[in-house]
Write a protein that binds this ligand. Sequence first.
Ligand code: BEZ
Ligand code: FE
Length: 299
Amino acid sequence: MAELTSEQREVEESLVYRVVASFGETPDPRLRQLMQTLVRHLHGFIRDVRLTEQEWDAAIKFLTDCGDITDERRQEFILLSDVLGASMQTIAVNNEAHANTTEATVFGPFFVDDAPHIPIGGDIAAGAAGEPCWVEGTVTDISGNPVAGARIDVWEADADGYYDVQYPDGRVAGRGYLFSDEHGAYRFWCLTPVPYPVPHDGPVGALLAAVQRSPMRAAHLHVMVTAEGLRTLVTHIFVAGDEYIDRDAVFGVKDSLIKEFDRRPPGVPTPDGRDLGDLPWSSVRLGIVLAPAPPHEDR
Ligand code: BEZ
Ligand code: FE
């Protein structure tokens, strides 16, 4: 790349200066900072790569396509943020490691508010296909005190790699919530997680294909834990040994979240005496440690 002439550099830098200055009177100081820094980085990117007009048009078409495919069941912009690692970077910035707390990871697009309440020991699978899996553990604070009454939301894909909301028949399966007991303990049945692709039939999928990246997510169970006075935790349990553990499409894997799932052949008695007939099953333990709520978190 040829060196820029001083006249050309002057043209480009003066534009950055004027655009940054145009946000200088923004009354909200945070909005001012966000917009001015965004402009500096965006112009820096355009100038660094010497962006062509065709490339800028293609970028605008790409974003337009993301908008066109987005509806109340499909959120292509969240997916874009996820595959760019922007979701995980925002989580990293906002969930600084705090003592021994359970680490957070990406929320994903498949949580829904109206999941069923299940009793302790209940089954969130609700008929979804897959291998039964027993999950148990306790919820504590950073001092090891049990957290009673913590709400534990759980959701996952079935053995075919689909969440219930991806089926057109309105089924509710593979999701639910329960509360920890007076000792902070919880236990429930779900399905042994399997790897599955993020939705890749839209513009983000085309981008992944163009850069030869896989759309596969490492096998995981989504868990969200909320409790009075404590920081809400959004996380996953990942399956040790899963083939995608080192190349999760959305960069969600953290070592501390990878757990051994003990595999049992058919006929091995289950922890609660449930008769699974000729099905194999698995079990995993997840101790959940919640951080104190930051002062701004409304509870
Ligand atoms: C998921 O966990 O289901 C997911 C997360 C990010 C993007 C797409 C799917
Ligand atoms: Fe998921």
